[in-house]
Design a protein around this ligand. Structure first.
Ligand code: ZN
Length: 181
């Protein structure tokens, strides 16, 4: 999930890489894998994003980063140390779902209201090769689900339940953000 459009490195909607199933990572000691993780962390920061998945950088692998922090576009985003999740698996989720706004660097200019699980339990390998088991809630759970979808060839538009839940970026800025308390 990202804030700005038109970052040169980001694959855009219509590029088949965004519709492909990503491949598992087998060797974290491969320097190309570590370089990809670094590139994801750098790009998400440069683009003022809160998350990014490898297919968005045209790398068809099961790697994503979550890097939530407050920004003018996500004023209530929690601050966290960025994390890289390799071969993540969603192992459990809350019954409750919450519908809220999302955007995506790969879908510039459009925001949509998307239902997501309020909390998710995730297993993944960290970049040091250690298996992690972690629960995410609220906005961070939303970021995870958005990026996880990218590993399965899905974008947030596929999760919008009604096309009336879509807005252009300028309308979103005007109607949603500037009216928020
Ligand atoms: Zn996205």
């Amino acid at each position: 999930m990202n804030d700005q459009s038109d970052h040169p490195a980001i694959a855009q909607l219509g590029n088949p890489i965004l519709r492909a199933e990503a491949e598992p990572i087998h060797d974290l000691r491969d320097t190309r894998v570590q370089a990809l993780i670094d590139q994801l962390l750098t790009t998400v920061q440069q683009a003022n994003g809160v998350g990014l998945a490898a297919p968005q950088l045209s790398e068809p692998y099961r790697v994503l980063v979550i890097a939530s922090r407050p920004s003018p576009r996500y004023p209530d985003a929690p601050e966290m140390a960025p994390i890289a999740l390799i071969n993540p698996r969603l192992v459990a989720h809350s019954e409750e779902r919450v519908t809220d706004w999302e955007g995506c660097l790969s879908v510039p200019g459009i925001r949509g209201r998307v239902p997501r699980y309020e909390s998710v339990t995730v297993e993944y390998t960290d970049r040091a090769g250690k298996l992690q088991h972690q629960e995410f809630t609220g906005f961070v759970a939303r970021i995870f689900q958005h990026e996880y979808d990218h590993l399965h060839g899905l974008v947030f538009l596929d999760r919008v339940e009604n096309t009336h839940d879509l807005m252009t970026e300028p309308e979103y800025q005007r109607q949603v953000l500037h009216c928020a308390a």
